[in-house]
Design a protein. Sequence first.
Length: 450
Amino acid sequence: HVFTAWTLAGDDVRERASYSNNPDRYNKGYFRDDPSQVIAEINLKIQSLWEQVSSGRSNVQRTDQEVKRLRREYSGEKNKQQGIKKMLEGNRSRIIDLDNLEEAPLQTTLALEEEMQGYADQVTELKSELEGLGDRETQLKEEQQDATRRLQESIERDSHIANRLEELKSKMHEGQKSVTTKHASLDKLKKKKKEVNTEIKKFNQECNSKKREIQEAHDMAAQRCERVDTRRAAKDLEQQIRNMELRIQQGASSTASVDDITRRFHEAKKKYEEIQGMVSQMKKFSRELQLILEEREEKYFLFRKEISKRINYFFIMNLSQRGYTGKLEVDHDKHQLVMHLNVDTSGASHDTHDVRSLSGGERSFSTVCFICSLWNLMESPFRCLDEFDVFMDLYNRRITMNLLMEHAFQSNRPRQYILFTPQDMSATSKKHKNIKILQLAPPERNNEDE
């Protein structure tokens, strides 16, 4: 992919590109190499690499021929040594046979011994030659191993060169395709540049024509009145001009005098200025009300948060008189209030439970604690409870009554508490003087046996 391509004039030849009149800005990224020259250089490199491969192969062939020749010489010398050994063994057997013959002449024995000595000398000489050939063989083996290693390296180098040649060929083809594509794109962009330049010239001509028309209109308007800054649309101004022309025509056709028209103009202008002042005051008042509303809303959220914390605090304090623990979760966004309660007075468990899983007395006591928590945050002068102790036993009823009495007498403001219960409350009135008990007579019921 081509990320940057610039012409000699400094124009970006990519799609959605910008154009510049600075010729020295991006000349470094311009394609200035001749593709034919690049291809010729690559071909020279390929030819040089092939020559190196041919030279390496000829060296390997010469080394193989030398190794084969030395192997043939070694085999011939080894065959000669084996023939001499066979002759020695035959002479030795003849000497043994002659030793066994006691009647053989002495001269024959001496001749045979001299011949034997000659053969022994030849064997010694052949052994020395054989040792030299062994050393030469070892040297040739080392040279053969070195030649084999160089041959392997040459083969690997040839393979690498062949792969490199394939890569260079593929890159050369890709480069040729890329150059062809770039030339085609360059031709298209040149054509597009000509079209854009033509459109720019046309636009500049239209712009100059519009500027002349605007200047002429501005000069004509300056002869009639001074320039007035406004944000109104041109259509509104044209409509206002038409209305004023119509009013001028109507005024010219009427019998009103110039003084009367001037007086009405000043009255309308004064009324307009008064209305404009009232609008400004209303906008200012509206901004102040908006600031006050935002401040009150912020304080309201803070007050609501503090109320939730206080209700939870009073609820926990009221539950502690019975040895219970719990909490209130208030979600103002979802408009939900969830009550959790732990009725384990031994302290062994810390798990809280939903109120629906409690017994009747526990639920009634938790309800009274919640109502007393709400009373601490209310300013109502009258507070009533109806049949709050119906499901309570004597112990819970006594604790609940003590909680209500303590809450009532600790209040600093005069409030009246009204409690409705079907239970006997005579023992409670003896503890406090300000408690008044009104007991209703039992209802009359007809006897079913009558």
